[in-house]
Design a protein around this ligand. Sequence first.
Ligand code: ZN
Length: 139
Amino acid sequence: MTVHSVRLAIDTSGPYDMHDITGQVQRVIQDAGMGDGIATVFVRHTTAAIMIGEHEAGLIHDIPIVIERLVPRGDHYRHNDLNRDDNAHSHVLGSVIGPSETIPFTDGELALGTWQQIVLIELDTHPRSRQIIIRLTGE
Ligand code: ZN
């Protein structure tokens, strides 16, 4: 069994900025020369998330609107009071969406469906630099 790990840095432009990182993950598998295994994609932050979805213009527009409905930025949050912060909703969303996805790969190719992409979503209130770990386990 082989374990291969790569760190990726992505600068986001602000709230709900979404980056399709599927190509980068696929490249890591190819560079590692691995055939079969699983890729774990993990963002090392509490106010960003990794999700799998279709990265297209309609959903890039729709997802922030639905997110804002689910966890409104303007609600009252204890985290903001205690820490003189403005991003409690970002932490809540980070917990709900989650920091990682695990994707199998076969013959060196991610086993994603046609419309599935691996997406980093920024949940914080301002642009941030995000670190992502891509870890491959397999052979
Ligand atoms: Zn905070």
